[in-house]
Ligand binder design. Structure first.
Ligand code: ZN
Length: 409
C-alpha cells in the first residue's frame, strides 16, 4: 500500500470556533431525538442543559423551561449523542506546534477537522505525545474550542512505516524504534505517567513493495500486558495477516483499519476476531484516498475489498468503531465514510452505534446514550439518518458539555 502524508489542508473562511451563550441554561426544542441506536426516537422532543449536563429531556412541553434559558430551535433537526472519531492523528502542520501556535490558527483547524463534523470526542492514535497533551490542555482550559481528546501518543513500531519517513524528517520529529519487550514496557509506562489514554502498536509496518515489518509477538505481548495494568486500550495497525495474528495473540483491543494485505474474511476468520473481543475501525475513506492515483477500476476493487471485510465483520456481529484516519489524510469530510459503511450493509442504527455507544462503552465505560445527568455532548443534524446515512455528515450544531463548539453558517 502506498501512502504519502497529506499536507493539504482545508482552505476555508475563518469561522469563530466558539459561541458564547448568555445564561447557564440551554434548551433544544422541537427535535427528533435518538437517545441511543436501539430506542425509538422521540419525535418533537426537547433537551434542557444546565451547567453543561443534561437536566431534563422528553417530548416538548413535558417539563418546565426555566426563565432565561437560551432557546435553540431544533424543529426539523435530529439530535444524537455526540459523535466519536476513534481514529485520528493530531499531526497536521496546523496542529503540530500546539504550544506556540495562535488560538485562532488552532481553532480554525479544530473546526475544519472535528467540530464541523459533529465530533465531541476523538481518539488520536499516533502523534507526538507532548504536543497533543499541550493541545488538550488549551482546549480543556477553555482557550480553544475542540473535542475531548484521548491519545496514544507515539506508537510502538520496530521501524517506522515508509510512508511517514519523509514527514518525520521534514518536521524534525523522531519516534524511536521498539524492538525489545523491555523497551515496549518502558514506553507504555512513560506514556501512562504523562497522561496518554491508550497504546498503538504497528503489528505490521509497511516497508514498500510486499515488505511488512511485523512486530515480534513477545514485544506486542509485553506492551499489552503493561497497558492492561493501567487500563489502557491497545490499538493495532495490522497491515497484513501476520499483523492481525500478532494482534489476536497478544490481546490487542482494536484493529485500527480493515486489512489491505489479507485473504477474504471468512465467517471462521471473523469468529476468531470476535472471540478475541477485537473492535474494528474500517477507515474506508483512507483506502479510497490511498487508491486515488490508480485506474478507476482498480480503485473500485481496492475499496470494494475493504467494504467486504467490514461487511463480513458486521454480519458476524463484530463491534465497529467509526474512524477515518484524518490528520494522516486531509479527507475531513465524513460523507464518503457513511456511504461506504452503508454499502457494507450497516444500518443507520449500527452506524450510530459506531459513532456513540460502542466507543463510549469500550473506552470510558459510559453508556454513550443521551441521558439525564450526563455531560451534554450532542450532535445536531439537519437531516434524519434513518432516511439517508449521509445525514450523519450534515451537522448543524456540535455541542460539547453544553457549549456550542460549532454552528453551521
Ligand atoms: Zn492512522
Amino acid at each position: 500500500m502506498r501512502h504519502c502524508l497529506a499536507i493539504v489542508l482545508c482552505i476555508g473562511l475563518l469561522a469563530p470556533a466558539a459561541f458564547a451563550l448568555p445564561g447557564d441554561d440551554l434548551i433544544l426544542v422541537g427535535a427528533k431525538i435518538y437517545r441511543s441506536p436501539e430506542e425509538a426516537p422521540i419525535e418533537n422532543g426537547s433537551i434542557l442543559i444546565h451547567d453543561g449536563a443534561i437536566q431534563a429531556l422528553g417530548p416538548t412541553g413535558s417539563f418546565r423551561i426555566p426563565p432565561g434559558a437560551t432557546r435553540l430551535d431544533c424543529s426539523h433537526l435530529t439530535v444524537t449523542a455526540g459523535f466519536w472519531n476513534s481514529h485520528v492523528h493530531i499531526l497536521t502542520p496546523a496542529l503540530l506546534h500546539a504550544k506556540q501556535s495562535s488560538a485562532a490558527e488552532l481553532n480554525t483547524e479544530l473546526d475544519n477537522m472535528f467540530n464541523r463534523w459533529g465530533f465531541t470526542t476523538v481518539f488520536d492514535i499516533s502523534s507526538i505525545l507532548d504536543n497533543t497533551l499541550a493541545l488538550r490542555r488549551r482546549i480543556e482550559s477553555g482557550e480553544l474550542s475542540g473535542p475531548r481528546i484521548l491519545t496514544t501518543g507515539e506508537p510502538v513500531w520496530t521501524i517506522e512505516p515508509v510512508y511517514v519517513r519523509t514527514f518525520l524528517l521534514e518536521n524534525h520529529l523522531r519516534i524511536p524504534d521498539t524492538t525489545k519487550p523491555d523497551e515496549a514496557i518502558a514506553l507504555v509506562r512513560d506514556h501512562f505517567e504523562k497522561g496518554a489514554n491508550g497504546i498503538k502498536l504497528f503489528t505490521g509496518s509497511y516497508q514498500g513493495g510486499d515488505k511488512v515489518a511485523n512486530l515480534p509477538l513477545a514485544v506486542a505481548k509485553a506492551a499489552v500486558t503493561e497497558a492492561r495494568k493501567h487500563s489502557m486500550p491497545v490499538f493495532a495497525h495490522p497491515q497484513n495477516l501476520t499483523g492481525v495474528n500478532v494482534a489476536i495473540d497478544s490481546g490487542v483491543n482494536v484493529l485500527a483499519h480493515t486489512v489491505p494485505q489479507s485473504p477474504p474474511w471468512t465467517p471462521e476468520f471473523c469468529e476468531r476476531l470476535k472471540q478475541a473481543h477485537l473492535a474494528l475501525i474500517p477507515t474506508l475513506t483512507l483506502f479510497d484516498f490511498e487508491a486515488r492515483n490508480l485506474k478507476p477500476a482498480e480503485r473500485e476493487s481496492w475499496v470494494a475489498q475493504m467494504v467486504s471485510e467490514l461487511r463480513a465483520y458486521t454480519q458476524a456481529g463484530g463491534e465497529i468503531l467509526f474512524g477515518t484516519d484524518i490528520g494522516y489524510t486531509d479527507r475531513y469530510d465524513t460523507r464518503l465514510e457513511f456511504t461506504l459503511m452503508s454499502r457494507a450493509g450497516m444500518s443507520y442504527r449500527q452506524i450510530l452505534a459506531s459513532l456513540t455507544t460502542n466507543p463510549a462503552q469500550r473506552f470510558t465505560g459510559k453508556s454513550g446514550r443521551i441521558d439525564i445527568d450526563q455531560p451534554a455532548d450532542l450532535t445536531v443534524l439537519s437531516a434524519d439518518p434513518s432516511e439517508d446515512p449521509t445525514a450523519f455528515s450534515q451537522v448543524r450544531y456540535t455541542i460539547l458539555a453544553g457549549k456550542l463548539i460549532f454552528r453551521a453558517p
